[in-house]
Each structure stands twice: as structure tokens, then as C-alpha cells.
Design a protein. Structure first.
Length: 575
């Protein structure tokens, strides 16, 4: 194994970082799960797993879509709509049996495995296996539950007490509480009511932003236009709070999140690997995301301390049996607390729980206190069971900066939000404090798709504190040949307080004082590395005493992505 920075031949990202890598050749001729590990006699690494899946042919994709179209066409017919629920269950069973025997007019042969057809009475879900051994789902609509946010249900505002929001609760301390994202996908099976629902959730985002929680919401697709919710779900690592408002269901303790990405030929090809692995499953003319999806698309601790609220049915199970698969998957990649519901969730009750819980968090309460307040205040007339899993003592702003010396012995910075190429190293030339330091780059080696990286934390400045200090070393391949040119890579430090932003430090190719160094080289560069050398900066934060701020470090590639830059950071301290 090698620590030479030769990514192409040896798979090593960064020279002299103490991390050794190698390249292995994988036989992909047959489906298999391959396990690798490294050892030096006394020490052995954790296992590294590679799954090899059979490809999905274009013909199989066409056949899956044909099955889905047959089910959707029948379910939208007047004949189907006039049936009772029990008659619908039988009718779909007969159609699935027909598809397993004679197929469709275009594909007059068996399209699904006959013995695979099963019906879950708790979730009203039919499951079946296509001929290509992928499992699909179809829900039989029960009009009795038309006010829930289950898979095929319709939202109703009949019992909604939260449509008129209290605008009087602004953030009096002008603190920065963090960032939030609302993934809105309730219109996937409910387009006729989605405009109202989207407007309501948009008003939540606007209100929370005024109160210090900088909240964005996904685009409105109430017109039925194509969406990319699956891609949105892959990009949540930079948020402190994530609200997923989507239809949900449970299949044998596997929670399903409905997404509105259309089940067309293009998307079936795009998500082949996820479909084959079961991380995404076909659902009518769209898809559902399974909890294991998050384990695949996020690294360990990447969802660092994120709080999730699921405005969905069955995320914590069904039939009064609480399950924790969604929490376990999210927690395994860093999420700290997950709030959601067991059983069907009714819209009005869900709105009240969401707004009351979030408001209490904005007021500075812990997750446990906010959950207990919302649960005590709101009582459902139905069967939903609110559940909180994880840290019940979490708040959005730490009492002071946490893990500022990066000594938590993780591969990523615990208690810090981050995106891009961010690592914890125990060595890279000389370093400042103890064993570990933060490394963030413009994208090198296996992280070369990035052009920038960001690390941030929200914390309170204590009443008697006056200074924020940290040490850093900005290193770059840009100097000296590109000094004075448009290729001006930069390292920025920003402080956010309320609605204001202050850049308190900037280093760049054109403005910094550079010193030649040989501590490392970046793969693909020119083997000339420069550094600012280690500096310690002290920032006056007395004006923020008693308030919450967001401290953010950024390193940005400007003008090109050939010659890269990085920054080492250590010893972040408030005093």
C-alpha cells in the first residue's frame, strides 16, 4: 500500500497524510459481495465491502414500465374508482395475475413472477417481483384514510389549525440558528391539493428564516413537471435541520419515502444500481426511497448532527409496532436526532406537531423539550404515534465551539457541518496541536469532482467571551506562476449573526505571502507546492456575546480546477 499521492496507479489521494491506499481489480462477471481488509500483522482494518450486481437490460426496463403503466391506467379508470376497497384489492390481484401469465398487448408474455405477488393488509401494499428480480409496489387506495399523508392519499386542510402563522415571534437576539431544508414532495400522488400544501410549507420556510433558521424549500412542481427529489435527498449534508414532507408507507419494517421523480426510461437507467440493490424501488409511475439509500450516499458522520423531521406516514413503523430502521440508517451516517410517526399521519395533526416542535427549537429548547411540548399540546383523534429517536438534548446552537481541536478521532469533523473534500488527518508535515487537524481542499484524488469545500458550526458566544482564535496553513499549487492572474484560489472565514455576514479573513493566490514547501503534492498538479505557513488569527467577537453565530471556513477553486489548494485548520477556541 502507498502514501505517495499517485491516485491513478495506487489510489492514494494525498501524499504524506499517513493514509495508505491501493488499487484492486474486481471481477464483475457474476453477482457477488466482495470483502477486503488491510493488515500489517498486529493490526487489521475494518472490512471494505464491494457489491457486484447484475445489470438491468433495456428490455427489462421496458417490461417494468409496461407493468407500471398497466396498473396506473387501470387505477385511474372509472371502473376502478367505482369499486369498494375490498373489490379494488381483488381487482388489482387479478390484474397482477394476468400480468404474470399473459402480460400486455405489447409484451404478450409473463412480466412478473406469479409466486411473488403478496398483499400487506396493514399498508394496503401489493408487492411483486418483475422478471428481472426487482421488487415493485402498488398501493390500493382506501378512501377511509384520504386525509392522511400515506402513499396514495390526498392531503386535507379540514382539521388544519396551522394555516395562520403567528408572525410575532421574531428572533429578538438576532442569533444565527443554522440552516434548514424542506424536501417537499407531497404532490407526488396528490397534485390537485399540492398548490395549497406547497404554499403552507413555503410559509413555514419564510417564517423560520425570519427567526434565525435560514430555511429553503424545494421547487414547486404542482403543475406535474419533472422533479429531481432523489438527487435532492443526496445533498443534505450542509443542513442543520431537514424536514421531509412526503408520502410514506411501511413494508415489513422497511419505511418507504415516495418521490415524484417520474418512472420513465431515463430514470430507470439512471438509477440502475439503486434499483438492483433495493435502495430505490418502483412504485406505480414513480419510485420510493428505502432507508438504506442514505447509508449509500453519505459517508460516516457526513450528516453531522443533523436533525430530521419526517412529515410522513409509517416512518417509524405501522400497526402500532415501532421500528427504527430509518433512524438507524440516518444515525449511521451522522444524523443526531430523528422525529417522525408510527402509523398513518393525518395532515392537520402533522402540521401542528411540525410547527410546534420547530418553534420550540427556535426558542432554544432541546429536542426532547421541544418534542414533549408538541406532543403534550397536540392530541390526535386517530392512531398516529409520534416518535423521537437519538439525542434528546440537542439544540441548534452549541453552548460554545465543540471539537475545535478536531481530536474526536473520526475521519470527518464531529460537531461540524461540512461539504466537499473534508478530512481529519493525523499528519501532513508539521501540525499544531496533539494528533489531529482539519484538512479541506478544492477537490483532489477521489474527491476531484469538487471545486470548493465548506466547514461550519453554530455555537453561542458566552457572555464574557471577547475573542475567537484559530490556527491555519493555506497551501496551494497556484503560486508562483499564477500570482496576479485570474486563477485566484481563496480561503475565506465568515461569521454569520442573524441576517448579517462578515468575512473576517481572506487568503488568496494573489494576496497571500507564499513560502515553498515539500510537505505534500496534489495528484495531477505540477509538484510545486507553496504555503502561507502556520498562522494564528484572533478575531474580536465581543459584539456577539450572548448570541449564537455560525463560523464558516471555505476554500474555493477560482478560475480553473487543474491546480488545487487546501487549508489546514486547528485549535478553534472562544475565550
Amino acid at each position: 500500500m502507498y502514501d505517495d499521492g499517485d491516485y491513478e496507479n495506487h489510489g492514494d489521494d494525498l501524499e504524506n497524510d499517513g493514509v495508505f491506499s491501493c488499487v484492486v481489480t474486481v471481477d464483475n462477471a457474476v453477482e457477488a459481495q466482495l470483502s477486503f481488509y488491510a493488515e500489517d500483522g498486529a493490526n487489521k482494518s475494518s472490512d471494505f465491502i464491494i457489491d457486484v450486481y447484475e445489470d438491468i437490460s433495456d428490455e427489462s426496463i421496458d417490461e417494468m414500465i409496461a407493468v407500471n403503466n398497466a396498473l396506473e391506467t387501470f387505477s385511474e379508470s372509472d371502473e376502478y374508482k367505482n369499486l369498494t376497497f375490498e373489490e379494488r384489492v381483488d381487482a388489482i390481484k387479478n390484474l397482477l395475475k394476468q400480468l404474470s401469465e399473459t402480460g400486455t398487448e405489447e409484451y404478450p408474455h409473463s412480466l412478473i413472477v406469479s409466486s411473488s405477488i403478496t398483499f400487506d393488509k396493514n399498508s394496503n401494499l401489493y408487492s411483486f417481483m418483475y422478471n428481472c428480480k426487482i421488487t415493485g409496489f402498488f398501493e390500493v387506495i382506501n378512501e377511509e384514510y384520504s386525509e392522511t399523508v400515506g402513499m396514495a392519499s390526498s392531503l386535507s386542510n379540514e382539521n388544519d389549525k396551522s394555516t395562520e402563522l403567528d408572525e410575532s415571534t421574531n428572533n429578538e437576539n438576532n442569533s444565527y440558528l443554522g440552516t434548514a431544508k424542506i424536501i417537499y414532495d407531497l404532490n407526488v400522488y396528490d397534485r390537485k391539493n399540492s398548490n395549497f400544501s406547497y404554499s403552507l410549507f413555503k410559509s413555514y420556510a419564510e417564517k423560520w428564516s425570519k427567526e434565525g433558521l435560514n430555511t429553503t424549500i424545494t421547487a414547486d412542481h404542482s403543475d406535474g413537471s419533472d422533479t429531481t427529489s432523489i438527487e435532492e435527498l443526496k445533498n443534505l449534508s450542509s443542513y442543520d435541520y431537514v424536514v421531509i414532507a412526503a408520502h410514506g408507507a411501511d413494508n415489513n419494517n422497511n419505511p418507504l419515502i415516495a418521490v415524484s421523480d417520474p418512472g420513465n426510461n431515463e430514470n430507470y437507467k439512471r438509477y440502475k444500481k439503486d434499483l438492483r440493490s433495493g435502495r430505490i424501488v418502483p412504485y406505480g409511475e414513480s419510485f420510493c426511497v428505502v432507508h438504506s439509500f442514505f447509508e449509500r450516499y453519505y459517508e460516516e458522520n457526513e450528516l453531522n448532527d443533523t436533525l430530521f423531521f419526517f412529515y410522513s406516514c409509517d416512518i417509524f413503523g405501522e400497526n402500532d409496532i415501532i421500528g427504527y430502521n430509518m433512524y438507524d440508517s440516518l444515525h449511521s451516517v451522522g444524523a443526531e436526532t430523528v422525529v417522525g410517526f408510527c402509523n398513518e399521519l393525518h395532515a392537520g395533526y402533522g402540521n401542528d406537531m411540525l410547527t410546534d416542535f420547530t418553534q420550540q427549537m427556535i426558542y432554544g429548547h432541546t429536542t426532547g423539550e421541544a418534542f414533549n411540548y408538541a406532543n403534550t399540546k397536540n392530541k390526535s383523534n386517530y392512531t398516529e404515534i409520534p416518535v423521537i429517536a437519538g439525542n434528546i438534548n440537542k439544540s441548534w446552537a452549541n453552548a460554545t465551539v465543540k471539537n475545535g481541536d478536531f481530536e474526536s478521532n473520526d475521519s470527518s469533523p464531529r460537531y461540524w457541518n461540512y461539504s466537499g473534500d473534508v478530512r481529519i488527518l493525523d499528519s501532513l508535515g508539521s501540525y499544531v496541536h496533539d494528533n489531529n487537524l482539519l484538512f479541506m481542499s478544492t477537490g483532489i484524488g477521489s474527491k476531484s469532482d469538487y471545486n470548493s469545500s465548506q466547514v461550519s458550526q453554530v455555537f453561542h458566544i458566552p457572555e464574557n467571551a471577547t475573542t475567537l482564535t484559530f490556527s491555519y496553513n493555506f497551501i496551494s499549487e497556484e503560486p508562483m506562476e499564477w500570482v496576479g492572474d485570474e486563477y485566484d484560489d481563496e480561503f475565506l472565514t465568515n461569521i454569520y449573526a442573524g441576517t448579517s455576514t462578515s468575512t473576517v479573513l481572506r487568503e488568496s493566490t494573489n494576496t497571500s505571502t507564499w513560502h515553498r514547501t515539500n510537505i505534500t503534492n496534489f495528484y495531477g498538479g505540477d509538484n510545486t507546492m507553496y504555503e502561507t505557513q502556520w498562522k494564528t488569527v484572533t478575531i474580536d467577537v465581543e459584539q456577539y456575546a450572548g448570541k449564537a453565530i455560525k463560523l464558516e471556513f471555505n476554500v474555493n477553486n477560482v478560475g480553473d480546477n487543474t491546480y488545487n489548494s487546501a487549508v489546514l485548520i486547528d485549535n478553534v477556541l472562544v475565550a
